[in-house]
Write a protein that binds this ligand. Structure first.
Ligand code: FAD
Length: 511
């Protein structure tokens, strides 16, 4: 079989022969799932970023962990083949691609696991690494009245895809990222071993895989912590003219005890103008509550800040009780008088809010355009400087998409995972989510992102890229800092030939 794989690679121009060889490979791998030739127009050559495209040798749709193990072992038997798990392909920079290698479409395993269990008295759900979070949500709520505790803003992402990064949203200040909300994984390592791991069983693999950018294994099952799902959400937005006031309130809210704060805290920067994407209209939650700039103080600058908050409640709660709880929480905040907007939505409607934005963006053709996004974690100690230079100067005219900024707490992240974070307890996630086809070319937007990162490095800011993308080993070493040695050791242990996740460009395939 190994000889056969090598032959195919060298004869890859003979299309009809490849078809024969696909069935030879299929048989020799003894797959339960399916295999097809890599195709530049196929899903394995595309991602949400739309900036990169490479042609894989084969696209595999595995039936489960055994198929994945066979593919990894087959790749290990060649001198050069690599294997990339593809979740839902929502990376920006080709991270789920494999140039001339195997791409494993994890979505074919999405239904493999769905078992409710109790661990140490608390409910958990075993789900497939290839399951979409939106399916996990729907099934957990409808069948059990339960839901995971920590989310991403957008849920058409796979469990394995977000756990390989971190998975953050407005609940992370309380529960930590999604990587802090799993208790066990099943992983296929770069040696092809199917291994169950947890804090106590194979902990190096468990913590390595969490935030591990797919470097140590392919997550085929995750055990996710659950909590009772609320019925409804009061969704609130309040506006600030001054960055210092915005950060003071945001940091206060994320530092409060569980029953003394909101259930969700996020924020975004918007332009002080009527631009439909980045300006005043982007704040409005409710058509009846139009943004009225007359409330803004004279001192307001080119950009404004919005805290986005939510309170969970049950249908059985009295409306007056909910109103009182919200008034108490909002009452302590120093936002601009009159600039508050709120709406009541179902819990599912709230968590699936970006799905509606996706539908709109698909309808007007924006969704499929390239997305040169930039995501960073910036330490509290440098966030004022970041605001002054990046928000108030470099992107003050908007970016054609949301500019998120909200604080997170380092103590809610487990330092044994592979995620690289800034120092200090409070740091901000900053996300420049560029959408619109209008304005500067994609190249210019990519260059602007690069300029921001270069500026952060030059000024010595305490920051890390989230969903990192570097090409040079020196940059990766700087990114991981004093965790680099641990990363190398884990790589040597679990993927010694650097077969996995070649699209991250951290390690090169070896024999
Ligand atoms: P892919 O892009 O398919 O894969 C990402 C990486 O993980 C690749 O290297 C791949 O090889 C590897 N991988 C995939 N599956 C597995 C697996 N089972 N085991 C091991 N490795 C695997 N992130 C947030 O934290 N919060 C957000 O609110 C958020 N919102 C987003 C909104 C949109 C519209 C988009 C496009 C992205 C958003 N992201 C967010 C980023 C997202 O979490 C990451 O891009 C994530 O990797 C995408 O998941 P995916 O299933 O598409 O993974």
């Amino acid at each position: 079989m190994i000889a056969c794989l090598g032959r195919i690679v060298h004869d890859s121009d003979a299309e009809s022969k490849l078809d024969d060889d696909v069935s030879t490979i299929f048989n020799s791998l003894n797959l339960q799932g399916s295999i097809e030739n890599g195709d530049v127009s196929g899903i394995a050559s595309k991602d949400f970023g739309g900036l990169y495209s490479v042609k894989p040798l084969y696209l595999i749709r595995p039936s489960g962990a055994e198929d994945i193990s066979r593919v990894v072992k087959a790749a290990a038997g060649t001198p050069h083949l690599t294997v990339a798990a593809r979740g839902n392909g929502h990376s920006i920079n080709g991270q789920a691609m494999a140039d001339g290698g195997y791409v494993i479409d994890m979505r074919s395993t999405g239904e493999n696991h769905f078992n409710l269990l109790t661990v140490n008295g608390s409910p958990c759900i075993d789900v497939s690494g290839g399951a979409l979070w939106e399916d996990v949500l729907r099934r957990c709520v409808s069948r059990f009245g339960l839901a995971p505790r920590s989310w991403t803003d957008y849920l058409s992402l796979t469990v394995g895809g977000t756990l390989s990064n971190a998975g953050v949203s407005g609940q992370a200040f309380r529960y930590g990222p999604q990587t802090s909300n799993v208790t066990e994984l099943e992983v296929v390592t770069g040696k092809g071993d199917i291994t169950v791991c947890s804090e106590t069983q194979n902990p190096e693999l468990f913590f390595g895989a969490l935030g591990g950018l797919g470097q140590f294994g392919i997550i085929t099952r995750a055990r996710v912590k659950l909590q009772p799902a609320p019925d409804m959400v009061r969704w609130i937005r309040v506006v600030y003219a001054e960055f210092e006031e915005f950060t003071r309130d945001a940091e206060f809210l994320v530092s409060q005890k569980e029953d003394e704060s909101f259930d969700y805290v996020e924020g975004f920067v918007f332009c002080n103008n009527d631009d439909p994407v980045n300006g005043w209209p982007s704040v409005q939650l409710n058509p009846d509550q139009e943004f009225n700039p007359a409330h803004l103080p004279q001192t307001a600058g080119p950009v404004l800040y919005c805290l986005e908050l939510a309170v969970h409640y049950r249908n059985s709660d009295q409306p007056s009780t909910v109103d009182m709880a919200v008034s108490r929480l909002v009452g302590g905040l120093g936002f601009v008088d009159g600039l508050i907007s709120q709406v009541d939505v179902s819990y599912m409607g709230f968590l699936l809010r970006v799905k509606r934005a996706e539908q709109d963006a698909k309808a007007n053709g924006v969704w499929d355009n390239p997305h040169p996004w930039l995501n960073l974690f910036v330490s509290k100690s440098d966030i004022v400087e970041f605001d002054r230079t990046v928000f108030k100067k470099m992107v003050k005219n908007g970016i054609g998409g949301p500019m998120l900024i909200y604080p997170l707490l380092r103590s809610k992240w487990d330092s044994r995972t592979s995620v690289a974070l800034p120092e200090g307890e409070i740091f901000y996630i900053v996300a420049l989510l560029r959408f619109a086809p209008k304005g500067p070319s994609v190249e210019k937007k990519v260059a602007e992102n690069r300029e921001i990162v270069k500026w952060c490095i030059k000024e010595g800011l305490d920051f890390k890229l989230y969903l990192p993308h570097y090409r040079a080993k020196e940059d990766w070493k700087r990114h991981f800092g004093n965790q680099w040695t641990r990363l190398e050791k884990r790589k040597a242990n679990f993927d010694p030939m650097s077969i996995l996740a070649p699209g991250q460009r951290i390690f090169k395939r070896t024999n």
